[in-house]
Design a binder for this molecule. Structure first.
Ligand SMILES: Cc1cc2nc3c(=O)[nH]c(=O)nc-3n(C[C@H](O)[C@H](O)[C@H](O)COP(=O)(O)OP(=O)(O)OC[C@H]3O[C@@H](n4cnc5c(N)ncnc54)[C@H](O)[C@@H]3O)c2cc1C
Length: 343
């Protein structure tokens, strides 16, 4: 019989579990239902008061000021203690930067194994036994593999956006504190330096991905480049919609080539084979050719639309649901005007 533990942690406010943690709770609940196996939720936070309420089962918690901030030594000890206290054979955790950093180390301490970037869990009947099958993609989302393992504990890091976040009910949940002897901390967190919210263009939780291509910085029909205008149109669109900003490789590479470039774009915005594979309900590509190494990063985008001048571009060759063969400058200017009116 398997014993399932879902590891979760608080968000930056400390007063709620992260969305990715709640997605892992949904996955754990479904797995425990299909296996008829016991489920425990483990919480790592400074203060667990209120965090566990509404969860679907009893929780174990490691708490205290030392667990307010992500730090390898304290997080690894906390996760190890939770796994031991739950006697877990299957450990699910969100693929957050906080847990992705420690999960492999914790699996090693417990003589277990880990698989990462899991996008689906299934229970298959193989002979008389119920077997857990975990799905992940390889080779930049081109090959999908289904994994089974006999080693326990088996750690599975779940990619965010692959499960609905668990909707907490109004019940109170029993929480048992697990004591951890604090390791000698060599790392002290003195604060967080992050761009202001409106400067942050990568928004994984946004419904829309807005992708910019190299066309924005190329000579336009009047023979001129219009980078300042492009920057203004793009930033206004992002402000109006709250969309996340993606880019083609050609556009983000231009900074290194000494050409005019949009200053708010970095390689972190790049979508594709050598970039990110984000998950958004909708995507809109502008001034981008829709080549295969770029479009492979759109694997998990629900509905795809593109605006390109080229009626023969990759998008029109079956890679987008809707293509507007048009000049993106007036199109986005008009969309911005309509969005501003609608506000
Ligand atoms: C190993 C390898 C890995 C790669 N990895 C990636 C990756 O991860 N991500 C990635 O993006 N690329 C990747 N590439 C590069 C990829 O093949 C393309 O070269 C790149 O995506 C092209 O970028 P683009 O479409 O923005 O630029 P371009 O090909 O220059 O296309 C610009 C488009 O803008 C259109 N346009 C111009 N002006 C306007 C306007 N006013 N209105 C509307 N449309 C306009 C043009 O018609 C054109 O179609 C990789 C390539 C290789 C070989």
């Amino acid at each position: 019989m398997e014993t399932i533990l879902v590891l979760t942690h608080a968000d930056e406010t400390g007063s709620a579990l992260t969305k990715a943690s709640l997605e892992a709770v949904s996955a754990g609940l479904e797995l425990s239902r299909r296996l008829s196996a016991p489920l425990t939720i483990g919480i790592v936070a400074a203060d667990v008061k209120d965090l566990a309420d509404g969860l679907p089962c009893a929780a174990l918690a490691v708490s205290g000021e030392a667990f307010a901030q992500p730090r390898y030594s304290t997080d690894a000890d906390a996760c190890e203690a939770l796994c031991r206290a739950a006697a877990a054979t299957i450990v699910l955790a969100p693929s957050s930067s906080r847990f992705a950093r420690v999960a492999a180390g914790v699996a090693h301490r417990l003589n277990g194994l880990i698989d990462t970037h899991i996008t689906n869990l299934n229970v298959a009947a193989i002979g008389d036994a119920a077997t857990i099958e975990a799905t992940r993609w390889f080779y930049r989302q081109r090959v999908e593999a289904v994994l089974t393992r006999e080693t326990r504990p088996w750690f599975l890091l779940l990619d965010s956006g692959t499960n609905e976040p668990f909707a907490c009910a109004a019940n109170t949940t029993a929480v048992e504190e697990v004591k951890v002897e604090l390791p000698a901390a060599r790392t002290t967190v003195v604060g967080i330096r992050a761009p202001k919210q409106d400067e942050q263009t990568i928004r994984p939780d946004a419904k829309l991905l807005f992708v910019t291509g190299a066309g924005w910085t190329k000579k336009q029909p009047d023979g001129q480049i219009h980078v300042a205008e492009a920057a203004d149109l793009i930033l206004t669109f992002l402000r109006n919609t709250g969309a996340s900003l993606g880019s083609s490789k050609s556009l983000v590479d231009q900074g290194g080539e000494g050409q005019s470039v949009l200053p708010f774009l970095t390689h972190l915005n790049q979508v594709g084979q050598t970039g990110a594979t984000p998950r958004h309900a909708k995507g809109l590509a502008t001034c981008c050719h829709g080549e295969e190494p770029h479009v492979v990063g759109w694997r998990f985008i629900g509905e795809r639309r593109a605006v390109s001048l080229d009626a023969n571009c990759g998008w029109t060759r079956g890679k987008a649901d809707v293509v507007y063969v048009a000049d993106a400058f007036p199109v986005i200017a008009k969309v911005n005007e309509l969005l501003a009116k609608g506000k």
